[in-house]
Design a protein around this ligand. Sequence first.
Ligand code: E4P
Length: 225
Amino acid sequence: MKLFLDTAEIGEIRTIASWGVLDGVTTNPTLFAKTSGMTYDEVLKEICTITDGPVSAEVVADDVEGMLKEGRHFAKLADNIVVKVPMSETGLQAISRFAAEGIRTNCTLIFTANQGLLAAKAGASLLSPFVGRLDDINEEGMIVIRELSDIIRFHEIDSEVLSASIRHPRHVTESALAGAHIATIPFKVFQQMVHHPLTDKGIAQFRSDWDTARKALEARGKKKG
Ligand code: E4P
């Protein structure tokens, strides 16, 4: 199971990389809009200096030639760029053309297993079903992760299921259990995954007991190890 960070914030990427758990990064226009002072190209190049895992760069054109132009440009920025293309009739055409050129793609905005199957057939390396947005409309996002992961493994298709639109730590656990190859996780959810009240309480208790023991020894004129 690979863990990607879902952000365009350089500081967040450096932090998760420093934990030794970062396998890649996904960006999108909304995430880029939250950053300031750098162009999208500059942000992407900087991210690719932090991780050599796949870094998704999303096209915004809605015609095939426009998608190809943007994607070819992104692919030249660094070897680990993956071009993110939305699920649509034109998106599928662009994905198949990119595949023929050897450019890896991440098909985004997938909401059904059939959309994922089409993207895989067109040649997408990564398939991104949006779990949280399905849950938001009273559907079961995890069903799509499970169905698509089963299809990919059953038919030995050479694409990976990337669980996206993750909203909380349970989404990560459930994606792993449902067979997703990758989950792309917001920074806040990574932090939530680290912490547990009993862990934090336990650390504070051990620290406090250690200090108490050390002070007691010091009071008796000895030093603890
Ligand atoms: C990642 O590739 C997606 O763009 C992202 O996970 C979407 O998340 P959201 O539904 O929280 O915007």
